[in-house]
Write a protein that binds this ligand. Structure first.
Ligand SMILES: C[S@@+](CC[C@H](N)C(=O)[O-])C[C@H]1O[C@@H](n2cnc3c(N)ncnc32)[C@H](O)[C@@H]1O
Length: 232
């Protein structure tokens, strides 16, 4: 049986019910999830390593009440036991492989008793992965993130829930794909432009036509782990 097609937010809401909770969004990027969680009644802190991304999150936040801070997953700028949920939405595989254990230990440090670490990671499969591989093959870093999760006990965490789903991702044209990929890592701009001759036909061939002119819709399989404090 295929995976259910769901949004990242719908899965997160289903699995950790964020309303009323203190949540840190680690690697918050442009802040879309921070704003969505704040709108659902969570007290949210967005932590982001890129000043450019954080500036964009701040300018798009029109009074959500969220807090934004520059920082690394490996050294969170938060007090011990200060949040109910530490969320890594598509972020864990961006942490250097030899520092993944530090990132999970930091998430554990900031959790209150009863808190959870929520990790949603894209799987290395599906037509969106095939497309993005042309710009950067993330197979190794995604595998490293999964290995770190399998060893989460080293950080004092254990898996409580694992759930896989598909995100349907629609983009209107190759420029929208470029903007999405480059926002995560500006170094991708040069590679993207050099490879445009391969990327444009792949964009037209993979996925399926969307509802708007020039739109293509792709499938991105995801895996979510909810980790809780290891007891005993
Ligand atoms: C794929 S983007 C995901 C952004 C956002 N969570 C989302 O789902 O749209 C990964 C984000 O992690 C950030 N990042 C990379 N390394 C990081 C680190 N060590 N600590 C915190 N954030 C990091 C990047 O700057 C980028 O904004």
């Amino acid at each position: 049986m295929g995976r259910e097609v769901l949004s990242d937010l719908a899965v997160l809401e289903r699995l950790i019910a964020p309303a009323g909770k203190d949540v840190v969004d680690v690697g918050c990027g442009g802040g879309a999830l921070v704003r969505a969680l704040a709108a659902r009644g969570a007290q949210v802190t967005g932590v982001e390593v890129s000043e450019e991304q954080l500036a964009s999150a701040l300018s798009d936040d029109h009074g959500s009440g969220a807090r934004y801070v520059i920082g690394h997953a490996q050294q969170l700028p938060l007090e011990d036991a200060s949040v109910d949920a530490a969320v890594f939405m598509r972020t864990l595989h961006h942490v250097p492989p030899n520092e993944l254990g530090d990132a999970l230990s930091e998430a554990r440090r900031v959790l209150r008793p009863g808190g959870v670490v929520y990790v949603a990671e894209p799987l290395a499969e599906g037509d969106f992965f095939e497309l993005t591989c042309l710009v950067e093959d993330e197979r190794a870093v995604r595998a490293a993130a999964q290995q770190a999760l399998a060893r989460a006990w080293l950080a004092g965490l254990e898996r409580a829930i694992t759930f896989e789903y598909d995100v349907r991702l629609c983009l209107t044209g190759v420029e929208a794909l470029r903007a999405r990929l480059v926002s995560v890592d500006p170094a991708r701009a040069t590679r993207f432009d050099a490879l445009r001759g391969d990327i444009a036909p792949a964009f037209a061939r993979l996925g399926e036509a969307g509802e708007r002119a020039g739109e293509r819709c792709f499938s991105q399989p995801m895996r979510t782990d909810v980790l809780r404090l290891l007891t005993g």
